[in-house]
Design a protein around this ligand. Structure first.
Ligand code: AMP
Length: 277
């Protein structure tokens, strides 16, 4: 496995790579969720590339960026053990030579769910992903459905800009108790970690079937029921909303170093009696 920090050098290397390239962009602090994306890439492509870049433009809170965990040595070991061929480590200057003058902005879905209280977050995400895809030029790029809104926005961006890349969504990998794996889980306080599994439990608790005769009001009531249950568990609820046959949620919990925001989503059983929305 080659680890490349110099992006000029990476461009020369990339020119010589033949066959299908699979790409997994990450912000490091890897866990089994990232590993599943890497396995998928290694199995389905001739060459696999992973990037580690903690993208400052997608953080709303400077403290969140400051506290973002870093485990570079273990990350490289894990990537190598899975069979990744190249890890690229771009710098802020490699990614933002323009000082973020140019941005990719989406005006609809990015303003919902996580976009409501995180202004500009998805602009940062879409902009960095566009740049990384241009640097790596993969045949396929892998994203986790844990961040389902992000996955949809990236897929739609690639279609909108006629980009020749397949965006592959991979299922959410969870801890044994059901908590979605996340680099941020490391930041949870002990008591917060002990109850965090109730987040996924609550998202799945309300009627999970969308039937032909279910109205928007029914759906909102179910979402409210979930939000109430989360509040009763002591979580600060950012939102619980159903979109695209999924129930999405975001909560804020106590961390060891300030508050930590967790997101998750569950697929709802649809087309139960032929109904679709
Ligand atoms: P991050 O390093 O948090 O930016 O995540 C890099 C990629 O890993 C994104 O596509 C995430 O959606 C994906 N990912 C993070 N956690 C999980 C998980 N628990 N299961 C599956 N994919 C994940």
């Amino acid at each position: 496995m080659k680890v490349i920090e110099d992006m000029q050098h990476w461009r020369d290397v990339r020119r010589k790579i033949g066959g299908d390239v699979g790409f997994v962009p990450t912000m490091g602090a890897l866990h089994k969720g990232h590993a599943s994306l890497l396995h998928c890439s290694v199995e389905n492509n001739d060459v696999s590339v992973m990037s580690i870049y903690v993208n400052p433009t997608q953080f709303n809170d400077p403290a969140d960026l400051q506290n973002y965990p870093s485990t570079m040595k273990q990350d490289l070991q894990l990537a190598e053990s899975i069979g990744v061929d190249y890890v690229i480590l771009p710098s802020d200057h490699d990614i933002y030579p323009d000082g973020f003058r140019y941005q990719v902005i989406e005006n609809e879905f990015s303003r919902q769910l996580c976009g409501v209280n995180r202004a500009g977050h998805f602009t940062g995400v879409l902009t960095v992903v566009m740049k990384l895809l241009n640097m790596v030029k993969p045949r396929r790029a892998y994203f986790g459905k844990k961040d389902y809104q992000q996955y949809v926005l990236i897929k739609d961006m690639c279609a909108a800009f006629c980009m020749d890349v397949e965006i592959v969504g991979c299922e959410t990998v969870r801890e044994r108790d059901g908590l979605a794996m996340s680099s941020r889980n490391k930041l949870l306080s002990e008591p917060a970690r002990a109850v965090a599994h109730k987040f996924k439990q609550a998202l799945s608790c309300a009627p999970a079937k969308i039937s032909a005769d279910q109205t928007l009001a029914d759906q909102k009531m179910a979402d409210q029921l979930v939000a109430d249950r989360l509040a009763a568990y002591g979580f600060q609820v950012d939102y619980v909303e159903t979109r695209k046959h999924r129930r999405f949620g975001a909560i804020v919990v106590e961390g060891r170093n300030g508050q930590v925001r967790l997101i998750d989503n569950v697929e709802l059983e649809s087309k139960v009696i032929g109904g679709d929305q």
